[in-house]
Design a protein. Structure first.
Length: 383
């Protein structure tokens, strides 16, 4: 049981300057820092995209508003026999602690007057989330917005949703995570709108022939990610119900995941690019152990851990253009991914989260993938 019985004296901070964004990052990081399953983002990437003098163009058009709340913990009344051994409970805390943090985003491409609440971290306290949502309404409702979609990533196509079950394994990088108490908090104020699954597949020991109608060619992902726009939209739109990523968002997504080496292949049929697969090693364990490399010592530690062989891989993006589905192109790309994973020594691959509304789940299950982690995306309506 927690030593505190709720919070009081709430204060919210809206980060408007570069230095205030640094302070927001400190509060946001502190909320899940001690969680045994949280995989933080790479600190170098976070700093370059979040602490920069100017926002990345994708973020700039969404007018980010980092919002953090803090409060004083209210001590529980200790049992009489413990009173003399818990002076901090008798005196009470002297300083506010972070209780909730998230980034409000307004996507001009949406036509339903709904904003996003991205990267929401919250303490195990219902009132903290309620006050955060009320503060978001106070900020956004006067501008004509009538609700929130939450929680998303800084791009809703990466890191969106609330993990429901299970909580006993580290999620791969770029996938959302929340402690076990968070789903109950969200259900108290929001209604689920989209469900998704993170799929896992064991890498077979024996190689299989890579057969299909397409010609597969590797993609150079070292400098800048550039593929056919329509193909990027299909491969990166895992959740659906969001505007498909355009060139600005594709560049942002690439920068967000590019701290780890990536391998990619494009499928060509009759000279036309019709399919895309991009994979990288799953270093979630390294990011978890080093706190995302925050601080120069942890940064060096993370760099050293990244030199060690990985045992898992993650399919970051995967998709085939609709006219070419059910013709063997997807299976051919998948066999290429498995062959690469085998060569890297990976024993397992993860892919997703993938929305249950699209064709992805049936395709993955047919290939032997199994859903292990479930996510929900929520909606809050304002009157």
């Amino acid at each position: 049981m927690s030593m505190y019985a709720g919070y009081f004296n709430y204060r919210f901070h809206l980060a408007e300057s570069r230095w205030q964004r640094r302070d927001f990052s400190r509060r946001w990081w502190a909320l899940y820092r001690e969680d045994p399953r949280w995989v933080p983002p790479d600190w170098g990437t976070w700093r370059s995209l979040f602490h920069a003098r100017g926002w990345h163009p994708h973020l700039a058009r969404m007018e980010p508003r980092p919002l953090a709340g803090e409060a004083l913990p209210r001590p529980r009344r200790p049992p009489r026999r413990e009173a003399l051994h818990a002076p901090e409970l008798l005196l009470g805390p002297l300083f506010e602690v972070p209780v909730v943090a998230g980034v409000l985003l307004t996507d001009p491409r949406r036509e339903d007057a709904r904003a996003y609440a991205a990267l929401v971290h919250v303490a195990n306290d219902r009132e903290s989330l309620e006050r955060f949502l009320a503060k978001a309404e106070e900020i956004l409702a006067p501008q004509g917005f009538r609700g929130l979609i939450l929680p998303t990533g800084l791009s809703p196509h990466l890191g969106s949703g609330v993990l429901q079950v299970p909580f006993d394994r580290l999620p791969p990088p770029h996938s959302a995570y929340a402690p076990p108490y968070v789903p109950e908090l969200f259900q108290a104020f929001a209604q689920p709108v989209v469900r998704a699954q993170l799929y896992h597949v064991d890498v077979p020991v024996e190689p299989a022939a890579i057969q299909g109608p397409a010609r597969l060619s590797p993609v150079d992902l070292r400098q800048r990610f550039s593929v056919v726009p329509e193909l990027a939209q299909v491969a990166m739109s895992g959740w659906g119900d969001f505007p498909p990523p355009d060139a600005l968002e594709v560049d942002f997504l690439w920068r967000w995941v590019a701290q780890e080496r990536m391998w990619g292949w494009v499928a060509h049929v009759a000279g036309e690019a019709v399919g895309l697969a991009v994979v990288q090693a799953d270093r979630g364990w390294a990011l978890h152990r080093t706190g995302g490399g925050r601080g120069w010592l942890r940064c060096l530690w993370l760099a050293w851990l990244r030199r060690r062989p990985a045992v898992r891989g993650h399919v970051v993006w995967f998709g085939v253009l609709p006219p070419w589905r059910r013709q063997g192109v997807g299976r051919q790309l998948w066999q290429q991914v498995l062959d690469h994973a085998r060569g890297q020594g990976w024993r397992e691959l993860s892919i997703g989260p993938v929305s249950t509304r699209g064709p992805g789940p049936d395709f993955l299950v047919a290939l032997g993938a199994r859903p292990l982690q479930r996510y929900l995306l929520y909606r809050v309506d304002w009157r």
